[in-house]
Design a protein around this ligand. Structure first.
Ligand SMILES: [Fe+2]
Ligand SMILES: [Fe+2]
Length: 219
């Protein structure tokens, strides 16, 4: 699988667009999209190295992961910054309906790839991988994820990204979370070992996550 110049320029362009979209959000936003994308891509590369992927494939996985969330740009910018405190200052979680709306970004990202590469998006191996990761990165192997796909329907690379992405998302501070709940070891042991993620990959991931950059705790 070869990362061609046209892939890299698409990735660079989409990442720049994502950064510009992110700049439209409130300055006190909890999760900056470009920073999340970079951390998850680094995590994905480290996990791939640990799992024995060759250097070329590690580079491809890094590059493709950088734009796994680009479909977020095709949803209204205001849905990404729900006020997580009520009028009394008590923590408030986003409702399920809002989460469901946000999850549409998986399909919308694929539409961007199709629009840019109408002839080759479903043939070129890099583009197929890109679409696979975009579409399925919020799945759970027990079928409890966004589209209800299970283990056998999810590629190994998707299962790797599901872990890297969820770990970063769960480390982002929110009013309803305690500092202990943001620790990677807490997340691994209390949120990731319940059958929703691939346990074999998690074993490898344990060794890399402790060395990964973390979202800042201060806003
Ligand atoms: Fe996502
Ligand atoms: Fe993500």
């Amino acid at each position: 699988m070869v990362l061609k110049p046209e892939h890299q320029s698409f990735i660079d362009d989409q990442f720049a667009q994502l950064s510009a979209f992110d700049d439209l959000r409130p300055s006190d936003r909890l999760n900056k999209f470009p920073e999340h994308s970079l951390r998850v891509a680094q995590s994905m590369r480290s996990l791939a190295q640990k799992m024995g992927y060759d250097d070329n494939m590690c580079d491809v996985l890094y590059a493709v992961t950088m734009i796994h969330d680009i479909g977020k740009m095709d949803l209204p910018v205001e849905i990404w910054d729900f006020n997580e405190r009520d009028e009394n200052g008590a923590p408030l979680k986003p409702p399920e309906s809002l989460k469901e709306h946000r999850r549409q970004h998986t399909k919308l990202g694929v539409e961007r790839v199709k629009a840019a590469f109408p002839e080759s998006w479903d043939k070129d191996p890099v583009l197929r991988l890109m679409c696979d990761l975009m579409l399925n990165h919020h799945e759970m192997i027990d079928g409890s994820g966004h589209f209800g796909k299970t283990d056998a329907e999810l590629t190994r690379e998707v299962q790797m990204l599901c872990i890297c992405d969820a770990m970063d998302g769960w480390q982002i501070p929110h009013p309803h979370k305690t500092p202990e709940e943001l620790a990677p070891s807490y997340i691994l042991n209390n949120k990731m070992m319940d059958g929703r993620f691939n346990k074999t990959i998690l074993q490898q991931f344990k060794d890399v996550i402790l060395h990964q950059p973390k979202p800042s705790l201060s806003k």
